[in-house]
Design a binder for this molecule. Sequence first.
Ligand code: AKG
Length: 271
Amino acid sequence: MPLTDANVQQFKTEGYTLVPDFWSPREVDAMRAELATLVRNGKLRNVKTEGDGKTHSQTQQNLQICPIWHTSPFFRAVGFVPKVVDAVTRLIGSPAIQQLDQIFLKPARTGAPTNWHQDNAYFKIPDPLMGTAVWSALHDATVENGTMRLIPGSFREVYEHKRDPESDHHIRCWPPEERAVYAKLPAGGAAFFCYGTAHATGTNGTDQDRAGLALHYLRADYASAELLAEDRNCRPYVTGPKATGGLKEYGITVAGTWEQEVARVLAGRPA
Ligand SMILES: O=C(O)CCC(=O)C(=O)O
């Protein structure tokens, strides 16, 4: 489902927008199957700590894989899917690079939060509306299982960030939570939110796992020189004159492979 004009307008004024049926059920099935393979192969790690930022929790889990592109050709391809690239272009313009890809999996009953932060506290771009996350729900994302919360309009504010003692590497802030909205999304729904939008996920106390796939895109003319270094082997251009479908950055043409990747994963074939 493409973005509507109302989605684009909401992103520009409130810093986020939700699209409930962004991915097809078949695409979601393939994403879950690939995630299960990554979990089985031990590719996610628990970043939840016991309040000291160091000691990993034995009772709660915030399982993360970041980046994913060098482990999974399937998730590498997701960054070039035309509906993703079109949506990103409508929201932040062109030329754009894909900056990051990651998954957070919150296991049933033990799933731990990712605390409040603004992505721009990490990325530090001069205009926080010029970068966007595309956060896709791989399972129904509800209040009960800790779906994403977002603070409308918070991209106009800059909150102080400190090391998050509940994670082994994250930072966090303490924004006005009473202004937050829940991104309640069915599996296959997507939340788009700009680099300045304060956001957090919660605990998963339900009997089902919940995972979110987060892709981040940045307008290239707002990226630091280091992000665009000629010899980088990631952060592909997805639009504009330097876009090669991944060939330049990954050494292989990735754009256009999504359908075959979905079919391959659903058939259980190795990459
Ligand atoms: O899914 C999560 O727990 C957090 C995702 C997130 O914070 C992000 O994409 O920036």
